[in-house]
Design a protein around this ligand. Structure first.
Ligand SMILES: [Zn+2]
Length: 431
C-alpha cells in the first residue's frame, strides 16, 4: 500500500518529511511498517506558489509479519522490512488523516495539504510531468480515480498533485538523504552544528555531496527556516548512518534515511528556446548573443540564441562565484545551459557547459588604446604618439576553458545534479 503526502509545511514551521516520520512511527506501533525506503520527491522547482523546496513524500507500507532476518535499520526507531502483508486501507487512511489534520499548517495561505492512500501505483509519467512542468489538479484527480485511490485535499487541494506524483515516483538513478530532526524546545533557536565536524564528515564520506561550501565557507547541511529539520546529509548510497558518529551537533530528536530524486537532474530535458515555457526547466544549447553584464542587484544577465529564437538568462546574486565565470562569456561562445524559467521570463542557470569559445584577435596596444592597422602585413600605428610596430595581432586570453561550471553548493536547487555526482555517476563528461 502506498501513502503520498504533500504541502503540509509552511515557511514558519513543520516539514512534510517530519510528518511522514511521525506517521511511520505510528504505523510501526500498530504492526505496520515500510517495505521500501520512504521517498522524498522533489518536484518542479519553478513553481511560484510552492512552499520552500517543493518536496512531496511517499511511503510503501505493509503489515509486518515475522521476518526479523530481513529487517534493516534506517533510522533511530525506523526499520525497513523485506516484505509486508496487506493492511486495511481504512485504518491507514484514518491514521494519516488524523496526523495531517493535527500537524499541518492550515493557517498559512500557501499551505494546501493533500494525502493519498492507494493500493495501486500511478504511472511514472505523472511524476515526470510534475517534476518538469505545471500540472492541473484535475489531471491528478483523474490519475487517482483510475488507480482507485482514497485521497483528501484541503483548501485549494493542490497538495494532492504532489502527493500523487510522490507515489507515482519510481527511482531510476536516485540519491539518499539522512535527515535528523530537532527537539521541540530547540525549534526556532539557532542550530548548533560544529563546522569543523561537517568538513571532517565531508572528507571521510566521499559519496556524500553538498555538505560544505568551501568557497563561501558555509555549512550547507542545515536549512535556515524554523522547521524541525536539524540537518540533512545527501549521498549516493543509503549507507549514511556513519555520519552521525562524526558530526558534532545539538542532540537530535530522531533521524531517518530517505530515498530521493535530489541531485538527479530529472527536472531537465533538452529543448530549444522556442519550446521553453514559463515555470518549466530545460537544457538549452545555443550561442551567447549579448555580452553578460552585472545589474544593480548583483545579478549577471545576458541573452542566448539558437536557431529558434533568443531568451534572457541570469546567474542570480546568490550564485556567487558562478557569476564570475558567466561574466567571461562573449557573443559567439557556444554553451549548454541547465536551468529553468522561474520569473520575469528569465532563464535561471543551475549549471553550464562551455562547448566552444570564440577566438578574438587583438591589435597591439599603445598609449592605453588599440593601435591602428596600416594594412595587411604592414604593421600597426599608434594614433596618439605615432609609434609604429610590426607586432602581430594577439589572441585574447579568454580565461575560460570548455567544460562544466556549476553554482556553489549553497545556491543549488534540490533536483540539480552536482558535478561531483555527475563524475561519480560517470555519465556526463563524454561527448
Ligand atoms: Zn602610443
Amino acid at each position: 500500500m502506498y501513502i503520498g503526502l504533500d504541502d503540509t509545511d509552511s515557511t514558519r514551521g513543520m516539514c512534510t518529511t517530519y510528518l511522514a516520520a511521525l506517521i511511520i512511527e505510528e504505523l510501526q506501533e500498530r504492526g505496520m511498517g515500510l517495505v521500501e525506503y520512504p521517498r522524498l520527491v522533489r518536484l518542479n522547482p519553478n513553481i511560484p506558489w510552492k512552499t520552500r523546496g517543493n518536496g512531496a513524500l511517499s511511503m510503501r507500507i505493509g503489515r509486518i509479519v515475522d521476518n526479523e532476518d530481513k529487517k534493516r535499520k534506517i533510522g533511530d526507531r525506523y526499520h525497513l522490512y523485506g516484505a509486508g502483508e496487506e493492511c486495511s486501507s481504512g485504518e491507514v487512511f484514518d491514521l494519516v488523516r488524523a496526523a495531517v489534520e493535527r500537524y499541518s499548517y492550515f493557517d498559512d495561505e500557501k499551505t494546501n495539504p493533500g494525502f493519498v492512500v492507494s493500493e495501486r501505483k500511478p504511472p511514472r509519467a505523472f511524476y515526470e510531468r510534475c517534476a518538469r512542468e505545471i500540472v492541473d489538479l484535475e489531471d491528478a484527480l483523474k490519475v487517482l480515480d483510475s488507480a482507485g485511490a482514497s485521497y483528501m485535499g484541503y483548501k485549494d487541494r493542490r497538495g494532492l498533485i504532489g502527493a500523487t506524483a510522490a507515489i507515482a515516483y519510481e527511482p531510476a538513478f536516485c540519491t539518499y538523504e539522512l535527515i535528523a530532526y530537532r527537539k521541540d524546545e530547540n525549534i526556532g533557536e539557532r542550530r548548533v552544528i560544529d563546522r569543523d565536524s561537517v568538513i571532517e564528515m565531508d572528507r571521510r564520506f566521499p559519496e556524500t555531496f553538498d555538505n560544505y561550501d568551501y568557497e563561501n565557507d558555509h555549512v550547507c547541511i542545515a536549512p535556515n527556516s524554523p522547521c524541525p529539520v536539524l540537518f540533512g546529509v545527501r549521498g549516493m548510497s543509503p549507507e549514511l548512518s556513519g555520519v552521525l558518529e562524526v558530526l558534532r551537533t545539538e542532540e537530535a530528536e530522531r533521524w531517518m534515511i530517505y530515498q530521493t530524486n535530489q541531485g538527479t537532474d530529472e527536472h531537465l530535458e533538452r529543448k530549444s528556446i522556442g519550446d521553453m515555457r514559463e515555470h518549466t526547466s530545460g537544457i538549452i544549447e545555443g550561442l551567447i548573443k549579448t555580452r553578460p553584464r552585472t545589474t544593480e542587484g548583483g545579478h549577471v544577465i545576458f541573452e542566448l540564441m539558437d536557431g529558434d529564437g533568443a531568451m534572457a538568462c541570469a546567474a542570480y546574486e546568490p550564485t556567487k562565484q558562478f557569476r564570475e565565470v558567466v561574466l567571461k562569456l562573449l557573443p559567439g561562445d557556444r554553451v549548454e545551459l541547465y536551468g529553468g524559467m522561474n520569473r520575469y521570463d528569465t532563464f535561471n542557470m543551475e549549471k553550464m557547459r562551455v562547448r566552444d569559445t570564440v577566438r578574438i584577435l587583438k591589435n597591439p596596444v599603445c598609449c592605453g588604446v588599440s593601435m591602428k592597422s596600416m594594412g595587411r602585413g604592414k604593421g600597426f600605428r599608434c594614433e596618439k604618439c605615432g609609434r609604429r610596430t610590426k607586432e602581430d595581432r594577439k589572441e585574447l586570453e579568454r580565461g575560460l576553458k570548455p567544460g562544466f561550471y556549476e553554482v556553489p553548493s549553497c545556491a543549488r536547487r534540490h533536483l540539480s545534479m552536482p558535478l561531483k555526482v555527475m563524475g561519480m555517476q560517470g555519465s556526463c563528461f563524454e561527448g
